[in-house]
Write a protein that binds this ligand. Structure first.
Ligand SMILES: Cc1ncc(COP(=O)(O)O)c(C=O)c1O
Length: 403
């Protein structure tokens, strides 16, 4: 056979790489092709549900473009944005100088830069179960392994400290803490955060503190983890995507904590960042505008989210066979369905999609077991829409459990 007749072989690492939140859209498209309407409750994008980017951020980007800031910018980011991020961290009790801040293409790029810069092939990273799946996807790409630690739905999705300790070995390099949490909506109490820091410090692990929902606690801003111990090895992340309603701009920031033990990590991350030249320049002007300007949209957004969270919790818990821990932040809930024997969370989610055109994501896409029966709902739609969707979930659940 001539070489031109064979498909180009792909890398094995792609076989290990999964990202259920988007992968499942292929299934939704098949359902749409049959003429059915699909309601997408899979992606946490507030813009798609009418929560719009604050005008002063848009103006900052437009002005930057009009003023000719369309060239490459320094690879760690423009100075005003890095300074604004450092000042914002300072206002939250995190002491970090602007030269330890990088402006990234969303939190996502910061996560990838840190894991790539710190974790070698064959090493392990403690990742919560359930987790935001980018962590395990990046680990798969770099040939490292996740060590899933339990967060417990019977205990408001709090991390299980003893389980974390039992997983640590010579290969463990980092502890991922997603607080406020996607997919559970949990917030951790200060004592738990202190305990997590103590474990990490005792074992020389770096904490990756994912705080992309830090301003979306229903009762207000959630404190930054690094503020509890500025000497601990903590890398903190946030972005414009969620609390500033501009996810498509791919604009975020990361702070490599002030401990000198993190100096080599900072150098490694900056070296990697040089290779991608820079994150989008005009959007970095909006980072400055966001962190130094008016944030009044956040109060309104939090109120809207709280009402949706309450509706979701109440409606899910009213369904026979479903239980749901009340989220305390962000726009996600992770209900549990009692599965009939032999069925999985994927069966439930695909069944719900095909029968009712409601797209959620199975818990196993976030690292829970197939038979545990979790699924994640993004509850950004209006209360009326959600109410109608939850009627469909209730009807489908009754059929599914009787099958
Ligand atoms: C916990 C968590 N971290 C990171 C991200 C990525 O966000 P960004 O748009 O800033 O890359 C998300 C997006 O949903 C998330 O939920």
């Amino acid at each position: 056979m001539p070489a031109t007749a064979t498909a180009i072989r792909t890398a094995k690492r792609v076989d290990r790489f999964t990202y259920a939140i988007r992968n499942i859209v292929a299934e939704a498209k098949k359902v749409e092709a049959t003429g059915k309407t699909v309601r997408y409750l899979n992606i946490g994008d507030p813009n798609q549900f009418g929560f719009l980017t604050p005008p002063h951020l848009i103006e900052a980007v437009v002005k930057a473009m009009r003023d000719g800031h369309n060239g490459y910018v320094p690879s760690p980011g423009i100075a005003p944005a890095r300074e604004a991020a450092a000042a914002d961290f300072a206002s939250r009790g995190v002491n970090v100088s602007a030269d330890r801040v990088l402006i990234t293409s969303g939190t996502s790029e910061g996560i990838e830069l840190a894991l790539t810069g710190i974790v070698d092939e064959g090493e392990e990273v403690l990742v919560p179960s359930p987790t935001y799946p980018l962590y395990t996807a990046v680990l798969a790409k770099i040939g490292a392994q996740p060590a899933y630690y339990k967060t417990d739905h019977t205990n408001n999705w709090q991390p299980d400290l003893d389980h974390i300790k039992s997983l640590i070995n010579a290969k463990t390099r980092a502890l991922v803490v997603i607080d406020p949490n996607n997919p559970t909506g949990a917030i951790y109490p200060e004592a738990t955060r202190r305990a997590l820091i103590a474990v990490a410090e005792q074992h020389g692990l770096v904490i990756l503190a994912d705080e992309v929902y830090g301003d979306l606690g229903y009762e207000g801003t959630v404190p930054a983890m690094a503020a509890l111990n500025n000497d601990a090895a903590i890398i903190s992340y946030s972005s414009l995507s969620k609390a500033y309603l501009a996810p498509g701009w791919r604009a975020g920031w990361m702070a490599v904590g002030s401990s000198p033990r993190l100096d080599p990590a900072l150098a490694a991350i900056k070296k990697l960042a040089d290779g991608r030249l820079c994150s989008p320049g005009p959007m970095q002007y909006a980072v400055t505008a966001a962190l130094t300007g008016d944030r009044s949209h956040q109060g309104h957004f939090r109120k809207e989210l709280k009402a949706r969270a309450e509706l979701t919790t109440q409606r899910m818990n009213a369904i026979d066979g479903i239980s749901c821990v009340a989220p305390r932040s962000a726009f996600y809930a992770m209900p549990k369905i009692e599965l009939p024997p032999g069925k999985t969370d994927v069966d439930f989610v695909l069944g719900l999609l095909r029968a009712k055109g409601v797209l959620t994501v199975y818990g196993s896409g976030f690292g829970t077991a197939l038979e545990d029966g979790f699924f994640r709902i993004v509850f950004l739609a209006s209360l009326d829409e959600l109410s109608a969707i939850y009627d469909d979930v209730a009807n489908f659940t009754a059929e599914f459990r009787a099958s």
